[in-house]
Design a protein around this ligand. Structure first.
Ligand code: SF4
Ligand code: SF4
Length: 101
């Protein structure tokens, strides 16, 4: 139990998206407030939100990110949003390829 709490503590410290949406809209139409916390949603909500056909289409939009940086400028938590999006996208692709969640 304490191990689980420690894992959660590490995951939820600092560098994670709160889903507030202050960084939006994205000129490329990326649903940042969902995509930047896909890894958390996968493990804490019904995973269909991310793994369904619609969810996968939503995540694929991350490929259109131009790294313009306007989302990071608006994020009140100072997140490197493009980097966070890429990490979440990689994680989702690995899960779809069979990585256990
Ligand atoms: S850096 Fe990427 S995700 Fe952020 S606003 Fe620009 S295109 Fe959208
Ligand atoms: S990236 Fe920042 S501003 Fe955008 S939804 Fe997440 S926490 Fe909010």
């Amino acid at each position: 139990m304490m191990d689980r709490i420690e894992v959660d503590r590490q995951e939820l410290q600092g560098n994670f998206c709160r889903g507030c949406g202050y960084c939006m809209p994205c000129p490329q139409g990326i649903s940042i407030n969902m995509c930047a916390r896909a890894s958390l949603l996968l493990r804490r909500a019904p995973s269909d939100i991310i793994l369904s056909e619609d969810g996968q289409q939503m995540m694929k939009k991350i490929e259109d990110c131009t790294e313009c940086g306007q989302c990071s400028e608006k994020c009140p938590y100072g997140l490197d949003v493009p980097d966070l999006l890429k990490k979440n996208y990689e994680d989702v692709k690995e899960v779809l390829a069979g990585k256990p969640i």
